[in-house]
Write a protein that binds this ligand. Structure first.
Ligand code: PLP
Length: 447
């Protein structure tokens, strides 16, 4: 038997002990537990993290595409400590200075006339509240979402989600229908803007546009492939929403806060959503926080009408302090500009990989949001692993990255290149040198 005090001690276990106990007593996400092989992590700084035994990793996925400012920034740590010393918690019916300051700052940096915010614990809850707000505001019920999407792990957010993580949560919540994707996988490629918008309008007509409260999209799709919409698509979607009085919800949970080289990815197309959900980069994950932002006229609706929503940790002062300090870091260190500038370099490094490695079928990036799609054959474009599956080659590549101290997400036939936005050119090149070597493994399987 261990005492409570003993279980609270930190940094005294070996990596193996940590993994063993975490595996025995906790569940890891989206996995059969026998298949998980977690990296024990003890400390982090900048773009790096270390195991208890001191093995260093380049964090080339910003953990879960969330530690955008980089690890261990003392300005954020200090802000959290100071807030904890003064006011660690106040219930959400109270008003706090840190909540006031954060909402003003967010109104300044979010697109268009997004002016009021409801704070949550993360992205899924932001989307849950976004669709509830859309329904309450519009008096309509249905929500359109795409297949190639992820919107979170709670009931409503998983119904919105189109990717296989949805399957176990079905039948899910009523009233969700699919609008078309523009991308159809490495072999089929992309539709044109005109094609996908025409098909979207057809589906809206079939659903009855007067029954549709909102359309939710990740303007740049995240885990489902860093899918950058074709020119004119986001503006076209905005126009369709306007035509039928449908609200547009931008899920910026992953693409927001500088990841794409703008505060929010919709800013690339100057599109103003009616509702915007955010999390991850909002605090760079130093403390968990999400938010749904809404246009002034939507917020005004709740002056007279009850806002039916609540969370014990809504507007948590520690999280608000972390967010304010994090936003200050983006500004002080010009991280959004850095993401844009180094994103251009990443684009060139990705193109270079594609020109030299037969297994690289496609690369995409926008800012420091990047992905490589691997194929067995450049002609047939057969993916290196099937949809929702893996292959010995993808597993071997993942193992190589891990051996060489490069941490990133390897998923299906893809892997991601999403470093913290504070990365330098030298560090970026160092990571790409490891990738370059690793691709020799998949090249051997490519013809
Ligand atoms: C686009 C998008 N929306 C929503 C979520 C869910 O956010 P959370 O895990 O904080 O609930 C994620 C998480 O990866 C995401 O990428």
């Amino acid at each position: 038997m261990t005492t409570t005090r003993e279980t609270m001690k930190r940094q005294e276990m070996t990596g193996d002990e940590i993994v063993e106990l975490c595996r025995r007593h906790t569940l890891f996400e989206w996995s059969a537990q026998a298949a998980v092989d977690p990296i024990p992590v003890a400390r982090t700084k900048g773009i790096y993290f270390w195991t208890p035994e001191g093995k260093r990793f380049i964090d080339f996925n910003s953990q879960l595409m969330c530690v955008n400012i980089g690890h261990g920034d003392e300005r954020v740590v200090r802000a959290i400590q100071e807030q904890a010393a003064i006011l660690p918690y106040a219930n959400p019916f109270m008003a706090t200075e840190v909540r006031a300051r954060l909402s003003v700052k967010l109104a300044e940096i979010t697109p268009g006339n997004i002016d009021a915010f409801f704070f949550t614990n993360g992205g899924a809850e932001a989307n849950e509240n976004a669709i509830r707000i859309a329904r309450m505001f519009s008096g309509r019920h249905k929500i359109g979402a795409r297949y190639r999407s992820y919107h979170g792990g709670t009931a409503g957010a998983l119904t919105l989600t189109g990717d296989p993580r949805r399957w176990a949560a079905e039948p899910g919540i009523p009233g969700v229908f699919r609008i078309p994707d523009f991308y159809h996988g490495i072999q089929k490629g992309s539709d044109t803007t005109e094609e996908v918008l025409a098909r979207t309008e057809e589906i809206l007509e079939l659903e009855g546009p007067q029954t549709v409260a909102a359309i939710i999209v990740e303007p740049v799709v995240g885990t489902n492939g860093v899918l950058i919409p074709p020119a004119g698509y986001m503006q076209g979607l905005r126009a369709l929403c306007d035509k039928y009085g449908i609200l547009l919800i931008a899920d910026e949970v992953m693409a927001g806060f500088g990841r794409t080289g703008e505060w929010f990815s919709v800013d690339h197309w100057k599109v103003e959503p009616d509702l915007i959900s955010m999390a991850k980069g909002l605090t760079s994950a130093y403390v968990q926080l999400g938010a749904v932002g809404m246009r002034r006229q939507i917020a005004d609706h709740f002056e007279k009408n009850v806002f039916y929503g609540g969370l014990t940790y809504n507007s948590h002062p520690l999280a608000c302090a972390a967010a304010l300090a994090t936003i200050a870091v983006y500004e002080e260190d010009n991280l959004i500009e850095n993401a844009r500038r180094l994103g251009e370099l990443m684009g060139r490094l990705l193109e270079d990989l594609q020109s030299r490695h037969p297994s690289v079928g496609a690369t995409r990036n926008i800012g420091l949001f990047g992905i490589v799609e691997l194929v067995r054959n450049r002609e047939t474009r057969e993916p290196m692993a099937p949809f929702n599956g893996t292959s010995p080659e993808m597993q071997a590549l993942g193992k190589f990255f891990r051996q060489e101290g490069l941490y990133t997400l390897v998923r299906w036939n893809t892997f991601f290149t999403n470093p913290p936005l504070c990365i330098t050119e030298v560090e970026l090149r160092e990571a790409f040198a490891i990738i370059d070597k690793g691709l020799e493994i998949t090249d051997r399987a490519a013809s």
